[in-house]
Design a protein around this ligand. Structure first.
Ligand code: GLU
Length: 303
């Protein structure tokens, strides 16, 4: 199969779709990104790169980073995190307060904002510097030593982060945070503000396609934990549209409101897409369509 030709074809096919979506503007620093931009990168487990469009343009990871934070916590602690966070799809918006109240401060899964805050909190406890640990991991796995946060996005998130602050305080009231709320929020906002390209992201995610094996050949965690993380990506990784994403794309994946989506093709590689115009559920319109076309044409879904 000519993968490069396929990616080029897909980039042309999805170009008109950006007009159907809307760039996230609840974090003002994200609002200025042009909706029609698009990039796509496939990195195989052997490290070969294929790509089309703006595959080397950096974009704001936002919630995509949560896949990596969870990986680091599972690596440090095994799955004890799930005593404090569930692992079921939420069926609610990613920043919902209502569900957290009904469920007594225990977030439904690690990828909604409340669950991601608990995960960052745990990484803070195990490392002393959650953001630093995440950045070091992303640099090591991608081989790009310059990966960093965008300070303007981080400041914008902190300034407009009232809802995340409410979630964090609410969980603290139930004793579900180990560190001070303001410290947890600071690390959370900074991790979401990390900027990476599709090519870097696909490479950084390869441990997920290699059953836990890192870029240097060591094991981040067991094959069983790699399975578990991929399962949570499939069932909870794409907001309240994880069912539709599994139906259309059929791959574990994590999306973010910056318009990026990282997907895992177990045993084969990782495919990352970026298109900043989002659908109503918060997923990239062009990105989901590109992934749908890719798995339809290659037959490389997990099903
Ligand atoms: N930093 C964003 C927030 O907390 C992440 C949202 C997302 O990408 O889902 O609202």
């Amino acid at each position: 199969m000519d993968l490069q030709a396929l990616l080029d074809e897909i980039a042309v096919a999805v170009a008109p779709l950006a007009a159907r979506g809307k760039v996230a503007d609840y974090i003002p620093a994200l609002a200025g990104v042009a909706p029609g931009r698009f990039g796509m990168a496939l990195v195989t487990v052997d490290g070969e790169l294929f790509g089309s469009g703006e595959l080397h343009a950096a974009f704001s990871l936002q919630s995509v980073c949560k896949a990596f934070t969870l990986a680091l916590v599972l690596a440090a602690d095994g799955d004890v995190l799930f005593e404090r966070v569930g692992r079921e799809p939420s069926g609610n918006p990613f920043n919902s307060l209502v569900q957290l109240e009904y469920e007594h401060g225990v977030p439904r899964n690690p990828f909604i904002n409340a669950g991601a805050l608990v995960t960052v909190d745990r990484l803070l406890s195990t490392t002393g510097d959650a953001f630093g640990a995440l950045r070091a991991f992303l640099r090591a796995e991608s081989g790009s030593t310059s990966i960093d946060l965008d300070p303007v996005v981080a400041a914008s998130e902190a300034e407009h982060g009232h809802r995340n602050a409410a979630l964090a305080h609410f969980m603290a009231s139930y004793g579900n945070l180990e560190n001070p709320v303001d410290v947890v929020l600071d690390h959370y906002f900074r991790q979401c503000a990390i900027a990476m390209s599709c090519a870097e992201l696909a490479r950084a995610g390869l441990f997920l396609a290699r059953h836990g094996e890192r870029a240097d050949g060591t094991a981040l965690f067991s094959r069983s934990l790699a399975k578990r993380l991929n399962a949570i990506l499939l069932t909870c990784g794409t907001y309240d549209a994880a069912g539709d994403f599994a139906y259309r794309v059929g791959l574990p994946g994590k999306s973010g409101v910056g318009g990026g989506i990282l997907t895992v093709l177990p045993g084969r590689g990782c495919l990352a897409v970026w298109g900043p115009a989002l659908d109503k559920t918060g997923n990239s319109v062009a990105g989901v369509e590109a992934l749908d076309l890719f798995t339809t044409r290659t037959g490389w879904s997990i099903f």
